[in-house]
Design a protein around this ligand. Structure first.
Ligand code: BGC
Length: 759
């Protein structure tokens, strides 16, 4: 299809009309030229295709589909293969259902555990997020269905999400909030990007030319179309100028007229409109030319896949006395409404109309030695004495208790943030009372984000299942009874309490002003630096087997930042059962002059090992493993120095470490001004030579002050200590050389000197 030719045949009105939806989910057709309408649909963990009544909040029913575990769960797999499998399945589903773009993945960073939508996001860590989202997009698009990576960018809270302003510094954006988008654009080439609702530093994301054109397209090379989040479009013409091509959903023609008028009034260059239409049509035809509506969509097969994946995502947080796995012949009490009616997905636009749901009790049905008590209500937070008594009585009569608990729908959702990290009081009370009646208590949690666990010390085991999709019941049984060895790892830190979290002081913002004061210190980057022990650290997760690590080996002890190096480590299963281990590699900058986290995840791999089996795991590290974002260069930069390469059990417990010396090949130019402190100047060997060569008075002055320092040091009673004098000299600006030189130096000489220094 010659898209340019097609665009040249369109009238101004037709072009404007193509820049907004036909309705909630479809692009506009132009029948005259045979341009068809195509559909886009949510979402990342299953298809939410609405044929009849449409909405973007999950209110009206959509087509029956398969609900896979949500992103917070799949991130816990720490496995790029797992998300790849989901991408393939959703690709087939969309082909079958003739949906051109699946709206996702949602890759916003979990800045606070309070964000209502965290269940839809992957992680607090940009590296983990980018590896997973890029893998998902590649899989989905291999089926010729477009991804829409969202929400670009800095949409990290639900509170006032359509107007809030994320106030963030450049380095933090680049290091924490952009990498998933950048990596996806560079490696997976998403067909579309969805721009977010919020402002960024005062400008709506949809209206930001810097974001949507300079960074996304010019710098990263994005070549698809940008669509607005649903209803995010503010000033349509400004949005178009910024690079936001498609407005969703339909604006009823209101904004199309504005576009036409802006072109007619000479306020909008028609070329920009042509460009937007070209981009939209290019993707439309990419789908149409590769549409395969006869693709098989096997719901049962996907249900089985959802079960396997959910089991691989579960994180065993605690397992005292190796109480898990359970024995099927044991007398077991299963307690909790969620065991009958699991919570397995979140509310809002990602809500799937599951074709079936399996609860834990569904799969345990028929086991004569399993009894059930409800324990709590989902609708009420208040403890129900009758339900608790019944549960306690049952618990006391059985060998082991499984309590299935977690967060009800109203506790976390799209559209608003959580008010606290607590579980409903009725569930906390139930767990405490049951654990007191039977010490062999195992808690299974169905929740999309971290919770406080006031009862942790009195239960034997905790299995974090997150929101495990429609097959979660089967998967829960598979892990509890040892058919699957747990291998999930926390993709986020679980704090002890909300006051410990990095942005506790400012999260949510004042009205629309949300300042990201914590900078790059998000998640474990914060807890490690502050030495605050979380309840469970990022990367934590237990297994039914044990692994031994040895032979950490680096291919080089020194390298340039333009080189890459190989790191290998041997991992052996020294337990009794086969299991998967997540090998985690962290990099720590030992000699940084900028504020950096203690360590950052720069590699991970999930491997399956039979008992006694060993594997060598290999990672390749390049500049990106060592670099930080330099705001002077506006680029990634590596500081020359020593870096530790660490293999960690999680973000806090390091098992093996070695070091590499990395040499920077990029000099960050120093710019000296009259306000540069002496100390900064003297730290530069070149500057010292220049000063000496010029016989500068400044050198003389430094000498004089040195002598004074000597005298001061001798006078014990002096009001001016040696340290004070040294500090004053070191931090005095160069202009002081003129003021304090007693006329020996003037500003002209200083300017001359600066000229030479800055050459
Ligand atoms: C959400 C998007 C979603 C869209 C369409 C919006 O409210 O933020 O993630 O894709 O609705 O349902």
């Amino acid at each position: 299809m010659d898209i340019q030719k097609l665009v040249s045949q369109l009238t101004l009105e037709e072009k404007a009309s193509l820049c907004s939806g036909l309705d909630f989910w479809r692009t506009k057709p132009i029948d005259r030229l045979g341009i068809p309408s195509v559909m886009v649909s949510d979402g990342p963990h299953g298809l939410r295709k609405q044929n009849e009544q449409s909405d973007h909040l999950g209110i009206n029913d959509s087509l029956k589909a398969v609900c896979f575990p949500t992103a917070s769960a799949t991130a816990a797999s720490f496995d790029v293969e797992t998300v790849h499998e989901i991408g393939l399945a959703i690709g087939d589903t969309c082909q079958h259902e003739q949906v051109s773009v699946a709206l996702g993945p949602a890759v916003n960073i979990k800045r606070s555990p309070l964000c209502g939508r965290n269940f839809e996001y992957f992680s607090e860590d940009p590296y983990l997020t980018k590896e997973l989202s890029t893998s998902y997009i590649k899989a989905l698009q291999s089926k010729n269905i477009g991804a829409s990576i969202k929400h670009f960018a800095l949409n990290n809270q639900e509170h006032r999400r359509m107007t809030s302003d994320s106030v963030v510094d450049e380095r933090t954006m680049r290091e924490i909030y952009f990498p998933a988008f950048e990596d996806a654009v560079k490696r997976a080439k998403p067909w579309t990007v969805m721009s977010s609702y919020n402002h960024i530093n005062g400008t709506y994301a949809c209206e930001s030319h810097e974001l949507l054109t300079e960074i996304l397209r010019d710098e990263w090379g994005f070549d698809g179309y940008v669509m607005s989040d649903w209803g995010a479009t503010s000033d349509r013409v400004v949005c178009l100028q910024a690079g936001m091509d498609l407005e969703m959903p339909a604006s009823g023609g209101v904004n199309d007229k504005r576009i036409v008028k802006a072109v007619q009034d000479g306020k909008l260059d028609e070329k920009l409109l042509d460009q937007a239409v070209e981009r939209i049509l290019k993707i439309t035809y990419r789908y149409l030319d590769n549409a395969k509506p006869d693709t098989v969509w096997d719901l049962e097969a996907q249900h089985a896949l959802a079960r396997r994946i959910a089991a691989d995502c579960m994180v065993l947080l605690k397992n005292e006395d190796a109480i898990l796995p359970l024995d099927e012949s044991d007398e077991i009490a299963v307690i909790g409404k969620f065991a009958m009616q699991p919570r397995y997905q979140g509310g809002g636009s990602s809500h799937i109309n599951s074709f079936k749901t399996t609860s834990l009790m569904d799969v345990l049905e028929g086991h004569a030695n399993v009894s059930y008590a409800q324990g709590y209500d989902i609708e009420s937070e208040q403890p129900d004495e009758a339900l608790i008594d019944e549960a306690v009585k049952l618990a006391g009569s059985k060998k082991t208790v499984i309590i299935v608990a977690g967060l009800p729908d109203q506790f976390e959702s799209e559209g608003y943030d959580r008010a606290h990290l607590g579980m409903p009081a009725c569930q906390n009370e139930l767990i405490a009372r049951v654990a007191a009646a039977n010490p062999n208590t195992v808690v299974v949690l169905y929740n999309g984000s971290p919770v406080e666990m006031p009862w942790l010390g009195s239960v034997k085991a905790v299995l974090e299942a997150y929101l495990g999709g429609q097959a979660v019941g089967g998967a829960t049984k598979d892990v509890l009874f040892g058919d699957v060895c747990p291998s999930g790892r926390l993709p986020e830190s679980f704090p002890q309490k909300i006051e410990d979290t990095p942005c506790f002081l400012t999260y949510g913002g004042e009205k629309d002003h949300a300042v990201y004061n914590e900078g790059v210190f998000v998640g474990y980057r914060y807890y490690e630096k502050k030495k605050i022990a979380p309840l469970f650290p990022f990367g934590h997760g237990l297994s039914y087997t044990s692994f031994d690590y040895s032979n950490l080996s680096l291919s080089a002890s020194s390298m340039n930042d333009t080189d890459s190096m190989t790191v290998s480590v041997d991992v052996k299963n020294i337990g009794q059962v086969a299991g998967k281990e997540v090998v985690q590699l962290y990099v720590s900058d030992k000699q940084s002059t900028v504020f950096r986290p203690i360590r950052e995840l720069k590699g991970f791999q999930k491997i399956l090992l039979a008992p006694g089996e060993s594997k060598t795991v290999t990672f390749v590290l390049d500049k990106s493993a060592f670099a930080y974002w330099n705001v002077q260069l506006h680029d990634w930069h590596v500081e020359t120095g020593e870096f530790a390469i660490q293999i960690g059990k999680n973000s806090h417990e390091m098992l093996l470490e070695d070091t590499v010396q990395v040499q920077s090949t990029v000099e960050v130019p120093e710019v000296y001004t009259v306000n540069t402190p002496f100390g900064d100047l003297m730290a530069n060997p070149r500057a010292k030579v220049i000063l000496a060569q010029m016989g500068s008075n400044m050198m003389g002055m430094l000498g004089t002050i040195g002598q004074e320092e000597q005298q001061v040091g001798d006078a014990a009673e002096s009001a001016v200590s040696k340290d004070m004098l040294q500090a004053m000299l070191q931090y005095a600006p160069l202009r002081s050389a003129v003021s304090f030189s007693g006329g020996q130096m003037n500003f002209e000489q200083l300017d001359e000197l600066l000229k030479v220094l800055n050459q």
